[in-house]
Design a binder for this molecule. Sequence first.
Ligand SMILES: Cc1cc2nc3c(=O)[nH]c(=O)nc-3n(C[C@H](O)[C@H](O)[C@H](O)COP(=O)(O)OP(=O)(O)OC[C@H]3O[C@@H](n4cnc5c(N)ncnc54)[C@H](O)[C@@H]3O)c2cc1C
Length: 447
Amino acid sequence: MPQRYDVCIVGGGITGLAAAYYLERISRQSSVSYAILEASAAFGGKIQTDQLRTPDGEFLLEKGPDSFLTQKPWALQLAKALCLEEELIPINADARGFCVLKRGRPQPILPFLLSPVISPLGKLRMGLEPFVPHRKDISDESVAQFARRRLGQEAFDYLAEPLMSGIFSADPEQQSMQATFPRFLDIERQHKSLLLRMRRGGQDPSFLSYRNGMGTLVKTLVKTLQGRQTSSCGVEMISLLAPNKFQVLLKSGERVECSRLLLTVPAASAATMLPANYPALRTKLQELRTTSSGCIYLSFANHDIRRVLTGTGLVIPRVERRAINAITYVSSKFPGRAPEGQTLLRVFFGGSRNPKIMHQNDEAIAQIALQELESLLGIAARPSLSQVYRYQNGNPQYDVGHVAKSEALMRALPDGLFLAGSSYRGGGIPDCIYEGQRIAEKINASL
Ligand SMILES: Cc1cc2nc3c(=O)[nH]c(=O)nc-3n(C[C@H](O)[C@H](O)[C@H](O)COP(=O)(O)OP(=O)(O)OC[C@H]3O[C@@H](n4cnc5c(N)ncnc54)[C@H](O)[C@@H]3O)c2cc1C
């Protein structure tokens, strides 16, 4: 006999875990039964923290995200609800700001007025932003079009583009403004100027992490949840037996039944699970693009770092044409990531800029990264640690028109089936937590 639950949540990344957490809280009276089914051995999806013991000491490596934005409040709210406030750490005070590569040299972005990253003419163009008329057309546009229109070409090339492709591994020429920065569009419509709005009390973005890595959030959620949580149990297929009655077939052969089914897996995985009689839905899911990217952690003895590493890292504009996308100075950014005497760096590669590098093996990636570190930061030593992580199709791409596409997808779902996660809305952890909460409310209301 198949096990029966009110709700099945497929995918135990942060969206699925947050959905379960809020479902439990909202439905405390009615005690909704649920199961989370996760394909990997570990919960957390992209959020994974590794602890690596080496002869030099212990390293703490984030496989995916290393922090979350507090300006979007949901990740911080969840941390507080889980009594994790004591575990939160800010970016080291002496590592504020970052550098941008300009003509082959890292240049600090702060203080901005003195920074050589943007020329005096480029800064003058940025200063004219309050006089740029707002766009009347409400159709979607790309991040590149928006940034060029409001701030000019140079601010796009040396600020918007490297920051965006660093975060989303995306091509700003294709990336949707509506899906990525709806807040900036609102500001443009309501206040006309982004710069004036930000000067008038816009909150500075700030990032937090966990003392023992982002995995703390996942571990605590998993410990707190009361429902069934099964890892190493990929879902093979789902079938709609009757309205609001689903059967979930696991790769182990087990069958599970539920009246509400929430898929928080990447869109491409969701497409493969759907029954063949939903071809249009499958196609819509398959149309959501992803890119692949990766990072390599390299650590060096402090005495091998001859130049001062300013800020939290180096972002590399596309126009600089390098083989890598960005470098985070991990041991400067957060405490407790590397043993005493070691400088830990994280070098990002791949994405929409350089997809071919993904075909290289780990040794070749290490060679490329080391050559770039020598050329950009003057580091010519052998690393004491080298560890590559890859995110195959791990970066959802919000192309222009993404919001309309996602909404059409949601409208096409049969009753009782729900989709949530970073494939559809909000690329970061706070957005995924918000999505989990919103979908839990929706599911609970539908029961
Ligand atoms: C390199 C990198 C760095 C990032 N850095 C940051 C950052 O610093 N800050 C930030 O806020 N965000 C960051 N992000 C984004 C953030 O990590 C993601 O948006 C978020 O973790 C996505 O969560 P999710 O639950 O939607 O999806 P996922 O984490 O992808 O979870 C989906 C889950 O579904 C499971 N699954 C797939 N197929 C099946 C199946 N058939 N059956 C059962 N389970 C299945 C997967 O194993 C996975 O666990 C980063 C992302 C990457 C890739």
